[in-house]
Structures are given as C-alpha cells and as structure tokens.
Design a protein around this ligand. Structure first.
Ligand code: 6R9
Length: 664
C-alpha cells in the first residue's frame, strides 16, 4: 500500500467517519513511503557504507558533520570493553558546532528558536543572539569560579535560557546536569549533591496553566545548605515573580550577562571530554547519573536528527514537544537541531492551555514541517477529539515522530490520519538516555513503516535479540541488546564504573550492551519493542523506578511498608499502583491517601504520584522475603493470579484479592 489516500479534511468533522477510517486502516500491516513524499536527504549510500565498515562510516560522518579544532586520527578504541572511546585524540567545541559555525557561514540571522510563551508571548531568538548570550554566560560562569570538568546544575522551565545555559557549559567544558522542571526541589537536591554541583542555574518562578509557582524560594529551602554549591544563578522568568537573593551567593542571570565580557572563544576540548550527566531511573532507588561525552554524543544527535527526520536546515521548521529536562530535549531540542542549524519552535506551556488546540495553533502559526512528540500525548489528544486539530491548517507538516514508549496502532493511525493528513511518514524512534540518540527507527520517506514497530536499526547500529541463555533469536521474542559500540553511547555512570558495568554489561559479557527492554523480531527483521524487563515504570514516556517511589512512600511516618507496580493505562501507558501497609493499627482512608500522594509529589515530583493506593495488611513475599511484584501486578490489572507456590504465606494473596475485588 503506497498511499492511504486520506486527505486532511475527511473524517475530521464527523466522528463516525473518522472511526470508520481508522477501523479500516487497522488491517493495513505496512505503510510504504508515499509517492507524494519527496525525501531531501538520500540515504542509500549511508546504509551500504555502514554495513561494509561501521567504523569507517562513523569516521566519515564525524568529518562531514562536525567542525574540529584538531582532527582525530583514532576512531573507536575498543581495547578495554565496555569502556569505549571514540575519536579520542580529536579536539573540538560543541557550542562552536551549534553556534559559531552557523554564524560564520552567514546564517547568524536565522531563527534558532521561535519561543512561544504560555500567555501567547513570542520571542525570536536567532543563532547570533544565542551565540552572544552563550559567550556572556560562559564568561559569567567563569567569574563564579566554574572551570572545565566542574558540574553545573540546570533547573529551568522551557525558556531559551535553558539552551543558553547548556551551551555556555559546553563552551567552557563544564558538565551540565539538567533536572526536569517538573521534579521536586528535593530531587534537585539529590542530583546536585551526588554530582557535587558548584553552581545551579534556576528561575525565580515557573508558570503552569496561568499560575506561577515560586521556584527559587523552594530551591533555597531544599538546597541552601549544600556545601559544594557555591552560587545560584537566577533567571527572571516569564512569570517574573522576583526571588529572595542571598548576597555573595546568588546572582541574577541578566545582571551576570550584563557585566560579563562579550567574547568567550570556544575552548578546544578533547572528544571524550564529559559533556553532561543526566539522571535516569534505574532498578534501585538511587538514580543513575548517565554520563555522555562530547564528540560521539554530538555526532549521534546531529546525524540521526538529520537522517531520521530528513531535515533540511534551509527550509524545515522543526518542533519537538518534549521538555529539555529529558534526554529527548537534550538531543532533539538543543544539540541535534542547533548543530544542524535548524529553526525550531520552543513552547513553554501545557498542551491544554489556554485551550486543547494550542499545539495545532502553533503548528499553523509557525508552519511547522517536522513534529516530534510522545505516544502518551497523542492518546491524550485522541481523548480530546479531532475537532481541535480540525480547527487548524496543518498542511505544512511533512514528517511526524514519536518517542518514549511503544505506540499502539490505533494512536499511530490517528496521528497518521488526523495530524499527518495521510501524507506524512511517521518515525517511531526507539532509544534511551543511555544511547544518546535514536538507534532503531524508520528513516522518513525511506523505510516502510508498520504501526507499533520502531522498524529497523539505523545505519551503524547493531541490535539483536537474545534468549535468557544468551542464544540469538532471529524471529520471536527476546532480550534486546546492542552488539557493537556506537559513538553516542553512555561512557559510564557518574563516579560509578562498577554500577555501569553491572547494569549494562554483565549479563552477556563486556561487549554486549543490555538495553533493559524486551522486543520481538518479525519475519521482515522489524523490531517491536515490548517494554522494560527491569523494575522501571514508564509513565507517559518518563522512566520511574519502583524502588525510588517505594522509598519515597515508606519515608512517610504512617507507612510501614510499600510495594509499587505498574498497571496498564490507556492514557499514560502505565500508571503507578502502590500497595501500602500502614504502621501500627492505623487504617487507610481517603485523607491518608491524599496525604501520601502529595508526599510523593513533594519528594519526587507529580509524575510519580501513585494513581491508586491499595491498603494491604501484608504484602506477598517469597520465603527469602522478596516482595513478589508479579503477583501484585496481577491484582492491579485484575488478572488471574500467577504461580503463588513460592509464597511464604499464600493467605496474604487471598486477603488482597478480596479487598481489591470489593474496592473496584
Ligand atoms: C528516549 C527515551 C528509555 C525507555 C526505553 C524503552 C522506552 C523509548 C521507545 C520506547 C518503545 C519507542 N522507549 N522510545 N519503547 N518504542 N519508540 O525515552 O529515553 O527516558 O531513557 O527511556 O523508553 O523502554 O528503554 P528514556
């Protein structure tokens, strides 16, 4: 099937028509690139070159796509697996690749970001503007004592200053550590403490749907006593609340820029110089500080952004709706697009404010050509209804992308028909914080797609499926691994090489990267990601560890014990269900439930709030005392119970089933 022949207008106004269209498309297994789609970037040569010699392929891309101070002579060093290095003797500066080279080529006036504020404000930030601010902030950070290798925390909303902050760090070789703006200040504290951050860049207040919450004051209360944290730089945000400032420690961002020297030449850094740490949830309560380095990471972000989305920097207007606090924002809002010199939209607000059509309004206003979002967002839009996108002209769109979790075929088809007007290829990009850039994904307009499948490995990437015993699986279900190193892979977990090796490279040896996902390979060699095989929950595409949520819950004085599992959820993919045993003879009531949910929001963030709390007198445990989450999942999802024979006390399950049965 080459073209679904669905035009933008059909089926939108009439819900029944749309349902019928989607229903009829559900039986289509495969969507070949439409004849009407003109790809701008040829890809055949890349595939062939990468297959023939992956290292030579990456070397050529590194030369073509990046600007170097000192060219590299080494490509991959795999003499000490899993500690790989790429292009190690080359020198470059990442901010120079994202800014100076575009300005030097006469593209300084090109818009880097069309920033759109929640209250409809517009700010146009050019490449020259970004370069000017980045240099001043880089000098400002130096004046605060920041040197190459020092860690700088960034806790900012979706405003252009977040990109400036990251680029200023990269300019002087400081290592940034961005924390998602939706996280609680206590999570910021933990991440700053374990990484010994010297400076934190934050905001006075952050807006969300018409309300402005104080951020700096909350940061003071949580982080004020951190010994390593010498300075806090405060951006006066769009909400402009003002903030308490401690003399000698705190400085306003705009004052720092105003007094800093305007020129800060990019510091040539080694290709393997650490670029950033990004904390991600693992299977223990302690988040993992995933460390990326300079050249390999930038190459992955630059190349895949171009190749996957078929980006033409001269004509495309690109928008990724993620938050910069996630890896998607790092690679596909900041580094990939800026390195490619593309014009992007950056949106501060929520998808339902001031109305449910804001995203589509922005696509129409800025004539967005490439749009990248998450399945959970698409499902939410489906719930709101096709009439919201139906209000706007979306004909500028040419490529659509998704990331974060498997997309169900129904949502894929809705995206294809309602947003893409049946003409835009959908790229379902599979990757992780650890992988730095997309690894399994269609190439827009090249790869035939199958709704729900991330399709095929990108050039230079070698994924495979293994059985529990490490046998290769050529068709069917298995454990997803990557068998060859790639440039944008994580280099280690910050200050924890041992955990790095143990988490990713112990199960099948030091040269096989274990992803943590299960997947299925079909007869065409297409990958279908099934989901996590560790204790990680994926809520709206965001990773949360069961252990982290559990430890937050048990930190509440009323709680004796807690077990957290994921339950299938139509909207968010997975939702958190907590089984909680209260201390003493306290019994669970609505007030306690509300208190616990609030408590988790304060400690981790709103995302981590359990959807359901089930009061349990006791939890099902093995004889060695391990909580059997598998059984709790069965209960949460209302399934028949799996094997209970290894339980210490099978009666616990009977009691729980009886309780949940009545509660539902
Ligand atoms: C980029 C990002 C990584 C985990 C990953 C997998 C899931 C991401 C996916 C997908 C199916 C896709 N995941 N993209 N599952 N299809 N296209 O999301 O990074 O936050 O580290 O999450 O997300 O389970 O292992 P991160």
């Amino acid at each position: 099937m080459t073209d679904t022949g669905v035009s933008v207008s059909t089926g939108l106004e009439n819900v029944a028509d749309l349902e019928a269209t989607l229903e009829s498309l559900l039986s289509v297994e495969r969507f070949d690139p439409s004849a009407a789609f003109t790809r701008r970037l040829p890809m055949d040569a890349d595939r062939a070159a990468a297959e023939a010699d992956p290292n030579a392929f990456w070397a050529r891309k590194a030369e073509e796509l990046l600007t170097w101070h000192t060219p590299f002579t080494q490509v991959l060093d795999d003499s000490n697996p899993p500690f790989y290095t790429w292009f190690a003797d080359g020198m470059l500066n990442l901010s120079e690749n994202c800014l100076d080279r575009h300005v030097a080529a006469g593209r300084g006036e090109r818009v880097a970001f069309h920033w759109h504020g929640e209250e409809g404000e517009r700010r146009t930030v050019t490449y020259a503007d970004l370069l000017a601010d980045t240099q001043r902030l880089a000098n400002g950070l130096r004046s605060l004592g920041v040197r190459a290798g020092d860690v700088v925390g960034i806790f900012l909303p979706m405003i252009p200053e977040v990109a400036v902050a990251m680029l200023a760090c990269a300019r002087i070789g400081a290592v940034h550590n961005v924390v998602f703006g939706g996280f609680a200040p206590s999570a910021v504290r933990e991440r700053m403490e374990v990484s010994d951050a010297k400076v934190l860049i934050t905001v006075d207040g952050a807006r969300r749907k018409g309300r402005t919450a104080p951020v700096k004051a909350a940061v003071d209360a949580e982080l004020g006593d951190l010994p390593a944290l010498g300075h806090i730089v405060v951006v006066s945000g769009p909400g402009g609340t003002g903030a308490p400032m401690t003399a000698g420690r705190d400085v306003w961002y705009h004052e720092l820029l105003a007094t800093a020297a305007p020129d800060c030449p990019p510091e040539p850094l080694s290709a393997e110089h650490p670029l950033f740490i990004l904390y991600s949830s693992g299977s223990t309560a302690k988040p993992k500080g995933i460390l990326h380095t300079t050249a390999g990471y930038l190459l992955g972000a630059t190349y895949t952004h171009r190749a996957v989305f078929d980006i033409d920097p001269d004509t495309d207007v690109y928008w990724c709706s993620a938050d910069v606090g996630w890896i998607t924002g790092h690679s596909y809002i900041v580094y990939g697009p800026l390195s490619n010199g593309v014009t992007s939209v950056m949106y501060e607000g929520a998808p339902d404010y001031p109305d449910y059509d804001i995203w589509w309004r922005l696509i129409e206003e800025y004539k967005v050509t490439v749009f990248y979002t998450a399945p959970t967002a698409i499902r939410t839009c489906i719930k709101w209804g096709a009439r919201y996108p139906g209000r706007h002209d979306l004909s500028s769109l040419r490529v659509l992308g998704t990331v974060g979790e498997p997309i169900n075929p129904k949502a894929w088809l809705w995206y294809h028909v309602v947003i893409g007007g049946g003409r835009c290829p959908i790229v379902d990009t599979w990757w992780q914080t650890e992988t730095g850039s997309a690894l399994i994904s269609p190439l827009a307009g090249v790869t035939s797609t199958k709704p729900g499948s991330a399709t095929l490995p990108l050039p230079g990437i070698s994924p495979a499926l293994l059985s529990e015993d490490g046998e290769p699986v050529t068709e069917g279900t298995g454990i997803l691994v990557i068998t060859k190193p790639w440039p944008s892979m994580l280099r280690t977990l910050y200050k924890d090489d041992e955990r790095f090796v143990k988490t990713y490279f112990s199960r099948f040896g030091p040269s096989t990267y274990v992803v943590g996902d299960a997947a299925r390979l079909d007869a065409d060699g297409y990958f279908w990601i099934i989901g996590r095989i560790d204790d990680v929950i994926n809520v709206s595409g965001h990773r949360l560890s069961t252990a982290e949520v559990e430890s937050a819950i048990v930190a509440h004085e009323a709680v004796a014990e807690a077990a957290v599992v994921a339950q299938y959820d139509e909207q968010t993919g997975q939702a958190i269900v907590a089984f909680v045993t209260l201390a003493g003879d306290r019994s669970g009531d609505e007030a306690t439930e509300a208190e616990l949910r609030e408590h988790v929001a304060r400690r981790i963030g709103k995302l981590a709030r359990p959807r359901r709390i089930i009061w349990a007198d006791d939890l099902p445990k093995t004889r060695s005392g391990k909580i059997m989450r598998r059984l709790l999942r069965d209960i949460a999802e209302g399934r028949e119970l799996g094997d209970v024979t290894t339980l210490r006390d099978p009666a616990v399950m009977a009691a729980l089933t009886a309780k949940v049965g009545t509660a539902r």
